[in-house]
Design a protein around this ligand. Structure first.
Ligand SMILES: NC(=O)c1ccc[n+]([C@@H]2O[C@H](COP(=O)([O-])OP(=O)(O)OC[C@H]3O[C@@H](n4cnc5c(N)ncnc54)[C@H](O)[C@@H]3O)[C@@H](O)[C@H]2O)c1
Ligand SMILES: Nc1ncnc2c1ncn2[C@@H]1O[C@H](COP(=O)(O)OP(=O)(O)OP(=O)(O)O)[C@@H](O)[C@H]1O
Length: 280
């Protein structure tokens, strides 16, 4: 299978483990042998510089799902297509296995890229009317209590319409992409990743009739901290955490950016669900 001549630059972002770095070097050598220019990025700050990714046709993430999430958050604004080679554990999002990596990449680069555009969330944390934080995430925005806290109360609104006040361990706002992560563990539905909806999932709600809700992205979701509990946290993609306080408001909208995840021709979404979730 011949690699198409218009692929000129395929960069690599590697997890900082010896195994991933070694694999990344082998991948760079292989790409260069095919006349494709390649840089290895090890530091997150490298992904923030647009000049590093100038002309990049594809960014290969060598690591686990966490590395892919980190990369997606940083490069979404540059609309760079990304694909993961799994050197982590589950590898739900990093769908190429290490053993098949060269063969799979050769197949992918012998055709125009098949890209699955995944919606992202834009989250704003407001404190006394001031914006404390703004970020774009691919999986989820989570408000939860810390380990020793008993319960957290959050009131949730769609636009300016009040839904309810959840009392429990917290609340997740997930994208369809993130629906198979924390939201699934908390009893949420699997949502086909190309859909554009918000998935609102309470975590261990005290009111047993509080069930997950799927909402359109037309209006923002606002989560207000109404308990005086001090041990509550806002977590983005399970990776960036900020302590939150009574009166704080978390506003979640659809981000203007999408993650451009490249699909392998050999697996569809249901193959991944069966393989990774141990279905028959
Ligand atoms: N109880 C839980 O299930 C739980 C608790 C905290 C966070 N998380 C999830 O972990 C995510 C961050 O992942 P990480 O890899 O940086 O941390 P991690 O290594 O702690 O990941 C937790 C697990 O979730 C998997 N995962 C991540 N995104 C996924 C997705 N979209 N679909 C299916 N599985 C996915 C990872 O492979 C890993 O096995 C968060 O976005 C959150 O959804 C899950
Ligand atoms: N180059 C990097 N620089 C800084 N931090 C990184 C880098 N690559 C990965 N990380 C961090 O290391 C964490 C672990 O990596 P990753 O999730 O990819 O591996 P894993 O936990 O083995 O796999 P999985 O998430 O599939 O279980 C990531 O969540 C991310 O926070």
């Amino acid at each position: 299978m011949a690699i198409l001549p218009f692929y000129k630059k395929v960069d690599i972002f590697t997890k900082q483990s010896e195994e991933a770095k070694k694999f990344s070097k082998e991948l760079k050598t292989w790409l260069e042998s095919k006349n494709i220019q390649s840089n290895i990025f090890e530091n997150l700050s490298d992904l923030e510089k647009e000049e590093n990714l100038k002309g990049t046709d594809l960014l290969v993430v060598v690591g686990g799902d966490g590395s892919l999430l980190i990369t997606a958050r940083r490069v979404a604004k540059f609309q760079i297509p990304i694909i993961g080679v799994n050197l982590g554990r589950l590898g739900f999002l990093t769908e190429i296995n290490e053993d098949d990596a060269f063969e799979e990449l050769e197949t992918i680069l012998s055709k125009p890229l098949c890209i699955s555009k995944r919606m992202m969330l834009r989250v704003n944390l407001l404190r006394e009317g001031n914006k404390i934080l703004e970020a774009d995430v691919l999986n989820d925005v989570v408000v939860n209590k810390a380990i020793l806290a008993r319960i957290v109360d959050v009131s949730v609104y769609v636009g300016d319409r009040y839904i309810t006040t959840y009392n429990g361990d917290g609340i997740i706002v997930s994208t369809p992409n993130g629906s198979t992560a924390y939201a699934l563990s908390a009893g949420g539905p699997i949502v086909y990743p190309m859909m554009e909806v918000f998935v609102l999932v309470p975590i261990c709600p005290h009111t047993l009739t509080d069930r997950p809700i799927i909402l359109p992205t037309l209006e923002p979701i606002t989560i207000k901290m109404v308990s005086k509990e001090k041990d509550a946290w806002l977590t983005l993609d399970g990776q960036e955490g900020t302590q939150i306080f009574y009166g704080d408001e978390i506003v979640v909208k659809q981000s203007p950016y999408y993650a451009h995840i490249v699909r392998t021709p050999h697996k569809n979404y249901f193959d991944i669900l069966r393989e990774k979730l141990n279905w028959k």
